[in-house]
Design a protein around this ligand. Structure first.
Ligand SMILES: [Zn+2]
Ligand SMILES: [Zn+2]
Length: 649
């Protein structure tokens, strides 16, 4: 009733106002004009309008409440607040209280900061206040140890142990060193990782994972930093873990290559029987960077097993010019082969001139070694070279190129490839097959192979390509064929060798080796050796299915694509076992473990223990711990324990 009376009084006042001089049309217009001028000058801000739909009743109700809040909010200032100020304050207050309420509810649910721990539905729950807690790696054994410690504490004290709010967690690498405390001020120290010889197991495992994955140091750092899971700093990785790890991996790689050589020989003996005289190989070089490489690797793969039997890394210390690295590496390979009585028969490579020469020289000295240049590179060159005689500007037609040749590039490439495969190791026959291309395209098939279409079909044969009739076209094609590398060095191509395996090996190396990153020699060799282990274990592995596809980039491809089974990586497990055997039993590993403190010295942290701030060394009871009852001595490991004072991080 009172409200209705207010409204009526307001309306009366409004009616009355209309008759005042300041509300007359001219006065209002003047006022509006002045306001507009002040707005344009930037003296006052423009009003913004809020449209709220509703009935007249609702609108009045709304305004009444708004005005009432304006008045109440202004009471402390002794002046009514404006609509704008009131609405802003009301909205912010609501948002703030809403967020606080939410966080508080979540924290109450699960024991957030400043609250006792509470499980929710039998689990610990994440909340806004706890979502950024540090993570550490723990193992089953470590958890069992914690359970044991808690039980010990409970025997003499009923209070709940919780991780100390302040400095309760210290990360050492990926391991957490935790201090739990109860309201009676008992401290329990717990390490998330089992110890061995003053080292944390989880850090060794993570170092192994980092090395074996082939990821770059920076990638490892990024993952760890983003996850907040601690990390092993680069220097520690390099100085503490890498030397032993590299050594183990190198030995495994050596063993893998020795086994590959053995298998290669065994297969060749099986094929050749009494005539066995040696094995065949393929090789290729790869530079560590794109330009002026510090290291180059020359990989040697068995022709039958496709496994790496030897890999030689040539550094700039040995040979200044990286373009000579392949030759130096190949020379070293032959020195090794001679020393170990490994006879090489066909050496396939991608037509490196100096390697060709080296192999020829060895043949001249009485070795049975011959070059087998890569067929793929040779035929690729043919397709490229043919372009010059199959197309060109109009004014050079029939001079540098001829339309009668335009449709033949693909077929000639295929034919040369076929000729290499079917020449029965006879260079003259290979040249003859290539020469016959001309006759075949002149529709004279007397010299063609008995298996080819033109011979099988006999008189019914209809040439699929334009016949060569112009002597100019014939001359262009003859000249082209005679200067191809296959024709000129036919003896290097009679073996029809293919080096694509060694090229894929160099490609596979990229998983471990990023060409953009410069590694030190030890890290470089470690990554190479990991790549060898990976390759030798996985090359030619089984495939689950084959599928054929049309590839626009390779329209003449006949081979189906294979869906390979997943890689196994058994070498990882073996490397890990041996790595741990060596660090766990340093005395057994002869003098190979250089980076480790002697057994008697374990209680002293090493000098380079920069990862652990001295103040954090809670292997000693903290100073504020003197009120601890002697009976409660369960939180300090027994003195002299070998498992004390982990120093790695
Ligand atoms: Zn207690
Ligand atoms: Zn023919």
């Amino acid at each position: 009733m009172l409200r209705a009376a207010d409204v009526i009084a307001q309306r009366v006042r409004a009616e009355k106002r209309k008759s005042q001089p300041s509300e007359q049309q001219d006065a209002v217009r003047q006022r509006n004009k002045r306001r507009k001028e002040r707005e344009d000058q930037g003296v006052v801000t423009k009003p913004y309008n809020l449209s709220i739909h509703g009935t007249k009743q609702e609108q009045e109700d709304f305004m009444l409440r708004l005005k009432s809040i304006c008045t109440k909010m202004g009471e402390t200032h002794g002046k009514r607040l404006t609509y704008r100020e009131t609405l802003l304050q009301a909205m912010s207050a609501w948002l703030k209280s809403h967020d606080e309420e939410n966080d508080h509810r979540l924290d109450l649910d699960c024991g957030g900061a400043g609250l006792p721990f509470r499980a929710r539905n039998g689990f610990s729950a994440a909340s806004p206040a706890t979502k950024d807690e540090p993570m550490f790696l723990a193992t089953v054994t470590a958890i069992n140890h914690l359970s044991d410690q808690l039980q010990d504490h409970a025997r003499s004290c009923q209070e709940q142990l919780v991780v100390k709010k302040k400095n309760g967690v210290h990360m050492q690498g990926h391991a957490g060193k935790l201090t739990l405390c109860c309201s009676a001020k008992h401290n329990v120290y717990w390490d998330s990782s089992p110890h061995f010889y003053g080292k944390f197991l989880v850090n060794y495992r993570m170092a192994h994972a980092y090395f074996t994955s082939g990821i770059r140091p920076l990638q490892y750092k990024k993952i760890c930093d983003a996850a907040g899971m601690g990390k092993i700093v680069d220097k520690t990785l390099r100085e503490r873990y890498q030397p032993v790890y590299s050594e183990v991996v190198e030995e495994f790689a050596e063993a893998s290559m020795a086994q590959a050589l053995q298998e290669e020989t065994a297969i060749q003996v099986m094929v050749d029987g009494e005539d066995f005289a040696g094995i065949s190989i393929m090789s290729d070089a790869r530079h560590c960077w794109r330009k002026n490489a510090m290291f180059s690797d020359v990989a040697f793969l068995g022709d039958r097993t496709h496994r790496v039997i030897k890999l030689i890394t040539v550094s700039q210390d040995e040979e200044q010019y990286s373009q000579n690295h392949e030759l130096v590496g190949t020379q070293q390979f032959y020195e090794w082969a001679d020393e170990n009585a490994v006879n090489i028969l066909v050496h396939a490579h991608d037509n490196n001139k100096s390697v060709n020469k080296l192999v020829e020289n060895r043949a001249a000295q009485g070795h049975r070694c011959v070059n087998g240049n890569d067929t793929w590179h040779a035929t690729k060159g043919i397709a490229r070279g043919m372009k010059k005689i199959t197309m060109g500007p109009k004014y050079k037609e029939r001079v540098t190129w001829h339309p009668e040749l335009s449709d033949k590039a693909g077929s000639i490439k295929t034919h040369v490839y076929w000729a290499m495969k079917n020449c029965a190791l006879d260079p003259e026959r290979l040249r003859g097959y290539i020469d016959n291309i001309i006759k075949h395209y002149k529709n004279d098939h007397t010299g063609c192979h008995h298996t080819s279409n033109c011979r099988i079909s006999g008189d019914a044969y209809k040439p699929s390509k334009v016949l060569i009739q112009d002597p100019k076209a014939e001359k262009l094609l003859v000249d082209f064929l005679h200067q191809t590398v296959v024709y000129k060095n036919a003896e290097n191509y009679v073996h029809a060798k293919d080096t694509h395996y060694v090229e894929s090996f160099n490609n596979a190396l990229l998983v471990y080796h990023d060409k953009r990153i410069a590694f030190g020699k030890e890290a470089y060799l470690l990554r190479i050796n990991l790549a060898i282990l990976d390759w030798n274990e996985n090359v030619d592995r089984d495939h689950t299915s084959e599928w054929r596809c049309e590839d626009a980039a390779a329209p003449r491809r006949r081979e189906p694509k294979k869906q390979l089974v997943e890689k196994k990586y058994t070498f990882r497990k073996e490397v890990w076992n041996e790595f741990m055997r060596r660090v766990y039993m340093p005395n057994l590993a002869d003098d190979t473990v250089h980076d480790q403190a002697p057994a008697g010295n374990l209680d002293q942290p090493p000098a380079d223990n920069h990862d652990q701030p001295p103040a954090d060394n809670h292997d000693q009871p903290p100073a504020d711990n003197h009120d601890q009852p002697p009976a409660d001595n369960h939180d300090q490991p027994p003195a002299g324990s070998q498992d004390q004072a982990p120093e790695d991080a």
